[in-house]
Design a protein around this ligand. Structure first.
Ligand SMILES: [Zn+2]
Ligand SMILES: [Zn+2]
Length: 350
């Protein structure tokens, strides 16, 4: 496969300003353990917005310039000399995890996404808003023939993150999971994965357009987040509260609400990363209702494989909007205003 010397890329040279679209950015060379992937499509995640706007604590530590994007799908263009098991032309996906040590305690317990030496796309290395990206072969995921790469791209952050969080909720088939921020990118995937896993879904978001979107994706119930009697309403609909809740909204009030409405012995999983991350918890409520509060971040490689299997079986079909890579700044603004249902995806060739 012939690989050009330069490529199209969206490059962040400083925070709090739009990334710069370049058509002459150097194509990286894979190290011995890496693959060079011709990224065809990349999903646009709310974390990309949070980094550009400097709204997450780690944003100020990111070495600049940096290329954001952490959910890519494409084909292997070049193979590092020590890599086995891949050939040029293989279809692969790229997650936020680009590299882990496989030696630390987390890695040894299949929690490589919490590795002490974790290398993340867009934080420690260039991400997928470029035509050619490098990833360690151990963290590249083979994608089956015939699947739509544009639709597969967002599975690599949105999909795997919510799939893992749903597992962490401990909610079983037949039980009810509440999803706060249900109409956004992560929420849309969460509705469909939860349904595919046999759960009943109570979607929480704002407004009738989002209600319609959630119901179209399979949500059984919808409650408007602006409802002043949200806790009462959720408790009534679910006859005693949902068995678990995942918060993919970039706000903490949903976590505080969930401590009041989740069923006794229910689990609340924090996933969204809000600008103001602090919230209040009442010890009495936690103790007397035996509530579990936990956090969850992306997923491991096995979770990713399972996500691809759900998708390949036709169980996940979240609507996407495909735009050119050159339009990225406009797309980030749209996401920032919460104007997106489903997922935005960029085509790196345009
Ligand atoms: Zn993401
Ligand atoms: Zn490690």
């Amino acid at each position: 496969m012939s690989v050009p010397k330069t490529q199209k890329a969206q490059v962040c040279t400083s925070l709090r300003v739009d990334p710069i679209y370049r058509t002459d950015f150097p194509v990286p060379e894979p190290k011995p353990h890496e693959l060079l992937v011709h990224v065809l499509f990349s999903g646009v995640c709310h974390s990309d917005v949070s980094i550009v706007t400097g709204d997450i604590p780690m944003a100020d530590y990111i070495p600049l310039p940096v290329i954001l994007g952490h959910e890519g799908a494409g084909i292997v263009a070049k193979i590092g000399e020590n890599v086995k098991g891949f050939k040029e032309g293989d279809r692969v996906g790229i997650m936020m995890t680009l590299e882990s040590c496989f030696e630390c305690e987390s890695c040894k317990s299949a929690n490589e996404h919490y590795c002490d030496k974790l290398k993340l796309a867009a934080i420690h290395s260039h991400g997928t808003f470029q035509e050619y990206a490098v990833v360690s072969a151990a963290h590249a995921h083979k994608l089956p023939d015939g699947i739509d790469l544009a639709k597969a791209a967002p599975l690599h952050c949105a999909g795997v993150t919510v799939y893992r969080a749903l597992k962490q909720s401990g909610v079983r088939a037949g039980e009810i999971i509440a999803i706060s921020g249900a109409a956004g990118g992560l929420g849309s995937f969460a509705i469909q994965f939860a349904k595919a896993m046999g759960m009943q879904v109570l979607a929480i978001d704002v407004g009738t357009i989002k209600e319609e979107h959630c119901k179209k994706l399979g949500a059984d119930y919808f409650v408007d987040a602006c409802n002043s009697e949200l806790v009462k309403h959720v408790t009534e609909i679910t006859k005693g509260g949902p068995h678990g809740m995942i918060n993919v909204a970039t706000a903490t009030k949903p976590i505080e609400d969930a401590m009041l409405y989740v069923r006794k012995r229910g689990t609340i999983v924090a996933v969204g990363l809000p600008k103001n991350p602090n919230f209040t918890a009442n010890s009495y409520v936690l103790v007397q209702r035996a509530i579990t509060l936990k956090g969850s971040f992306i997923g491991n490689r096995k979770d990713m494989d399972e996500v691809i299997e759900f998708f390949a079986r036709g169980l996940i079909d979240v609507p996407i909007e495909v735009h050119g890579l050159s339009e990225l700044p406009k797309l980030l603004k749209k996401l920032q205003k919460n104007e997106v249902q489903g997922r935005l995806v960029v085509d790196t060739s345009k």
